[in-house]
Design a protein around this ligand. Structure first.
Ligand SMILES: Nc1ncnc2c1ncn2[C@@H]1O[C@H](COP(=O)(O)OP(=O)(O)OP(=O)(O)O)[C@@H](O)[C@H]1O
Length: 591
């Protein structure tokens, strides 16, 4: 990353006389007429010189002048840009340097910039553009400058960078220890100031504005912890152990050749604590949360870009993944739409409208999402959890939740007595109570979400023994729920019984009809006497009223055993001069 930007001689080719007189005037103004005119003369001769000397010779001279300047210039410069590569990701070095310089800059720099700090309470100062800050390290001096470069086309499309200048004799010190020292201290300051953040993705239309950010954030300040989470102790311990093991497994993941990330699927009915658990996990691990609104992501490329711009030590959350996108049916639907519209040209206008609407909708596909979770790009950053939540696990594509993508499936279900005791302690400060026994019994008999229990345990009055009131409220709620469930079960049983009776009647009618049809067929077969006739009848080659005639014909054939006689019989029977095609067929079959 060490780049040595050496001063270049810019050879002016504009009118030397104008320049010369300007310089002379400046000399007068400064009272240094001699120096001014000397510079003007040098520039004049330099310009003349460049006009009459061949280009190849000029290039050669330039090359040697640069070499000479390198030799005599004692400073080395290192530039650290805010965004590396094609502005994919904010440089960690830039952020660390910003934090590192924040302490020095407030003491030294005369022009400072102030911004609201991470905790939104204090102002954080940093050096303004082209202001210099000198840092001392092991007796050496280092000069830092902050600046912004603009491309020729755009004045707003600035690329921010820090520039470090030092004497070339400190090159070894810089590469060996100084830069790592800056990074280490900067990161430590960053962590100290750091408050966890809750990010949400910006619509892509804003990505290229002056703010240039794909994510927006607020300070994450959710009070949920594993202690306050209503969950059975065993389940809780299992999750905590899993998370702890994950955070310590950097080396292990590298050894087995896997990206350092883990997928959690939280599923269960609404109000069972899926979002609450995510907050508890973030607080436990001290991670940021990236709450990804998938419907606002237009394409798989955008999804990848969002992923790249997440930091490590973070949780990427997609809530209600089953509702986020029709990930499996999306392509099919589009195809159907196109086919329909092809069929009818009159619908061209409506097609355009539909197409426009479709363009506005998310084009993220299942494969895009799968790549997001465990494609090559997902390995950048490391130490990340990906959490999906859903109320309907069965609706999800198995590929999305298979082990390796969603490594741990956690069911959050209705409130157990264990979960209730956590809530009672949190909400009412109660470890035990004489009503707990009744509640335990009722919880075993009916289903209630932790959200509903929590709502009942919220003190609604400050008077008297509100804990007892809350518990009684809960008992009443549980009884109501039990009654509701009983009524619902009875209703369902009644409905089921009715459906079964209907089904039985339908089946009996069907059996009866089949039996009747069979009997009729048997009677007809008997009448025909031969299976050949059954086949012919089945094949529909003969009309039913011809069957009887055919029987006679066969009898005639069997009796006469002579083709010419049979033909005569046949013609007489059907009153034909020549046999019909069906007659011929029968004859062929029989003969
Ligand atoms: N397991 C729990 N522990 C503690 N509080 C809970 C728990 N479950 C629910 N709650 C309470 O109920 C409220 C709603 O819970 P939460 O939003 O976490 O449920 P959810 O499962 O994410 O619901 P949804 O599926 O509708 O998003 C929370 O604010 C919290 O107060």
């Amino acid at each position: 990353m060490v780049s040595r930007e050496l001063p270049r001689i810019h050879c002016e080719t504009f009118l030397p006389s104008v320049f010369s007189s300007t310089m002379a005037r400046m000399g007068n103004v400064w009272g240094t007429n001699g120096i001014g005119s000397s510079i003007a003369n040098i520039m004049f001769f330099h310009a003349m010189f460049r006009q009459y000397i061949p280009q190849r010779l000029l290039d050669l001279i330039d090359k040697y002048v640069q070499k000479w300047l390198t030799f005599v210039n004692s400073d080395i410069q290192i530039t650290i840009s805010e965004y590396t590569g094609d502005r994919f990701k904010r440089s960690e070095a830039y952020t660390a340097i910003q934090a590192y310089l924040s302490t020095n800059s407030s003491k030294q720099a005369k022009r400072l910039k102030a911004d609201v700090g991470e905790n939104s309470k204090n102002l954080v100062l940093s050096i303004d553009d082209y202001e210099e800050v000198t840092d001392e390290y092991q007796g050496a001096q280092f000069v830092w400058t902050s600046a912004e470069s603009h491309s020729n086309q755009s004045r707003t499309d600035g690329k921010r960078y820090y520039m470090l200048k030092f004497h070339k004799k400190y090159r070894g010190l810089v590469t060996d220890t100084y830069l790592s020292h800056v990074m280490e201290v900067g990161k430590a300051i960053g962590l100290k100031n750091n408050q966890r953040k809750l990010y949400t993705n910006n619509p892509s239309i804003d990505w290229y504005s002056y703010k240039k950010s794909v994510w927006s954030h607020v300070v994450f300040d959710h009070p949920s912890t594993f202690q306050t989470l209503a969950l059975d102790a065993e389940k809780k311990k299992d999750i905590i152990d899993d998370l702890t093991a994950f955070t310590k497994a950097k080396g292990y993941y590298r050894k087995i050749g896997k990206a350092w990330k883990r997928g959690y699927l939280l599923y269960g009915p609404p109000g069972t604590g899926k979002s609450t658990m995510i907050a508890a996990i973030a607080n436990f691990l001290d991670y940021d949360i990236y709450d990804l609104e998938l419907t606002a992501v237009k394409s798989n490329t955008e999804l990848r870009k969002l992923l790249i711009e997440t930091t490590s030590k973070s949780i990427i959350v997609i809530e209600d993944i089953d509702c986020s996108l029709d990930l499996t049916g999306q392509r099919k639907k589009k195809k159907e739409t196109t086919e329909e519209l092809d069929d009818d040209e009159e619908e061209l206008n409506s097609m355009n409208a539909k197409e426009e609407k479709r363009m506005g909708e998310s084009q993220v596909t299942l494969s895009g999402l799968l790549n997001f979770i465990d494609g090559l790009w997902s390995a950048s950053g490391g130490e990340r959890l990906i959490i999906f939540t859903t109320n309907y696990k069965d609706k999800l594509d198995p590929a999305l939740i298979r082990t390796g993508r969603m490594d741990k499936h956690i069911e959050l279900s209705y409130c157990t007595f264990g979960a209730f005791t956590v809530l009672a302690e949190n909400y009412l400060n109660l470890k035990s109570h004489h009503l707990f026994e009744t509640i335990e019994q009722l919880l075993g008999e009916t289903q209630i979400t932790p959200a509903d229990v929590a709502e009942n345990l919220m003190p609604k009055t400050t008077n008297g023994n509100f804990a007892e009131v809350c518990l009684e409220d809960l008992i009443q709620s549980l009884k109501n729920k039990k009654e509701e469930a009983k009524l619902k079960a009875e209703e369902e049983a009644k409905l089921k019984a009715e459906q079964e009776v209907k089904l039985k009647a339908k089946q009996e009618a069907k059996l009866k009809a089949e039996k009747k049809a069979k009997l009729k067929a048997e009677e007809e077969a008997k009448e025909l006497g031969r299976s050949t006739m059954d086949e012919l009848d089945v094949d529909g080659l003969l009309r039913r009223n011809e069957v009887k005639k055919m029987r006679k014909l066969i009898e005639a054939f069997n009796t006469v055993q002579n083709k010419s006689l049979f033909d005569a019989e046949y013609s007489a029977l059907f009153k034909l001069s020549t046999p019909s095609s069906s007659g011929n067929l029968i004859v062929n079959l029989i003969v």
